[in-house]
Design a binder for this molecule. Structure first.
Ligand code: ADP
Ligand code: MG
Length: 452
């Protein structure tokens, strides 16, 4: 009886989903539909009314979210009354037809841990002032079977070595004691597994799987900010493991208390153990990372002058530094000649520019006007209607926070306004960010497009 009901429910869902696709095709036209939406798949619902959809690549996902989210939302809400919120995640996903097959495959290959990069070991990690605390904490966790702090929370900006350290811990623990069950995965994968388990009505084995490990590592926890059900599930997993004295290691791009969109109880749980920040690498560390990477490859030699040039100019993160070195080495192998400074500058001009970028008030005005679809001129015009006033306030806020200009200077650049107007704008934006999550999201996206 229940099974029948379930089958029926699934059929209805399937029909509805087909209808949604049809409507989308009509709405956006055949061409756009084929380019962007044809691969949109449905994964499932949570009890809280979150609907999860998937697209196969990050590029497609970002494009679709930016251009078609509202339309998708409209149709989904029409056909699925329970939907409150829609999340589109990146995944090859499974359409209804493929469900059963997918499920079987998964039962056989019951592996939730993501693969570990063999290069990401402690041995290959170069220690400096900016990462010594995080490094020491990571070593401590992997050497000690007794849990001394739980969780270990590592945080820092992109490309600074968080994932490297986590893999290093996993390798080290596996080597010391192959029997210990170490599971490493990204928060995104955790969410995906969770949603999949809902879809197959198999949350029991999901719980079982994650609550029976010895060491659980979740990378990039910021991903589950704002994703309520996943957070809740994670919270329970977390408590269950801590209760059994199992080690948990988490990474994020910010400190737990700065992770907006994460429930307070979870934030406080995450701060409970040791919180280790990885700072930007300073010049000395950048230099020594380059030396280490070059020594590791016996077949290449790079002039000291070039190494210093790279360390000095590429300061944003280690990943870019590595990328720059790789590019130079590849070129020098290709032309079979050592690199000189001039060639290095040419080869790396994009990276050098990005690392040198200082955003200006004009950049901000342009991007914000674009984003809100108003004219650039409206940034400096006297028009007061909300449609232009709000974006203008946003641009003032960003200008104050991300350029060295003073309030009066900013006022002048926005059509000769008074500094109190700028001050008011900044306050207004801050208030709105607090009370209106969708507004806060706009600010976040803008910062990202401006590379702030
Ligand atoms: P994150 O996860 O913080 O974004 P990753 O761990 O992926 O950064 O690191 C980016 C790249 O930089 C990786 O190739 C990693 O090996 C390298 N890297 C980062 N920090 C160091 C370090 N201290 N020593 C050696 N390599 C590093
Ligand atoms: Mg990472």
């Amino acid at each position: 009886m229940y099974l029948k009901f379930q089958q029926k429910e699934e059929e209805i869902q399937k029909k509805n989903w087909e209808e949604i696709h049809k409507e989308l095709k009509i709405e956006v036209g055949q061409v756009a539909y084929k380019s962007w939406l044809i691969r949109l798949k449905i994964l499932g619902f949570t009890q809280k009314g979150e609907l999860f959809l998937s697209l196969p690549t990050e590029f497609l996902r970002d494009w679709v979210v930016n251009h078609y989210y509202k339309k998708i939302e409209k149709f989904c809400k029409n056909y699925f009354k329970q939907v409150k919120k829609i999340e589109i995640i990146i995944s090859a996903g499974s359409e209804f037809k493929a469900l059963k097959h997918f499920q079987n495959e998964d039962v056989i290959n019951n592996e939730s841990s993501s693969p570990l990069d063999p290069r990401f070991t402690f041995k290959n990690f170069v220690v400096g002032k900016s990462n010594e605390l995080a490094f020491a904490a990571a070593k401590r966790v992997s050497e000690n079977n007794l849990v001394s702090f739980n969780p270990l929370f590592l945080f820092g900006g992109v490309g600074l070595g968080k994932t490297h350290l986590m893999h290093a811990i996993a390798w080290d623990i596996k080597e010391r004691d192959p029997k210990r069950r170490v599971v490493y995965l990204s928060a995104e994968k955790f969410m995906y597994e969770f949603v999949k388990s809902l879809r197959y009505k198999d949350t029991m084995s999901f719980k079982e799987k994650f609550r029976s490990v010895d060491v659980l590592m979740i990378d990039d926890i910021q991903f589950i900010a704002g994703k309520e059900s996943t957070q809740e599930e994670f919270f329970h997993t977390f408590n269950s493991l801590v209760g059994q004295s199992k080690q948990i290691i988490i990474s994020g791009d910010r400190a737990p208390s700065d992770l907006d969109g994460l429930e307070e109880r979870l934030q406080s749980r995450l701060s409970f153990g040791l919180v280790g920040e990885i700072h930007k690498a300073d010049y000395e560390l950048r230099l020594s990372i380059l030396h280490t990477k070059i020594e590791a490859r016996k077949d290449v030699s790079v002039d000291e002058e070039i190494i210093k040039f790279l360390a000095k100019k590429i300061s944003s993160n280690v990943r870019e530094l590595e990328g720059a070195l790789r590019r130079l080495v590849a070129h020098s192998e290709l032309v079979n000649r050592p690199i000189n400074l001039q060639v290095a500058q040419q080869l790396l001009h994009d990276l050098l520019r990005a690392n040198n970028r200082k955003v200006t008030v004009e950049d901000i005005q342009k991007k914000v006007a674009d984003y809100f679809n108003i004219r650039f001129n409206d940034m400096v015009s006297v028009r007061r209607s909300r449609i232009v006033a709000r974006p203008r306030q946003v641009a003032m806020y960003l200008s104050k926070n991300f350029t060295p200009k003073s309030l009066p200077e900013i006022g002048r650049m926005f059509g000769g306004r008074d500094h109190t107007t700028v001050m008011h704008a900044i306050k207004k934006v801050q208030e709105l960010c607090k009370v209106d999550p969708s507004f806060a999201e706009h600010i976040k996206v803008l910062k990202r497009t401006l590379d702030l």
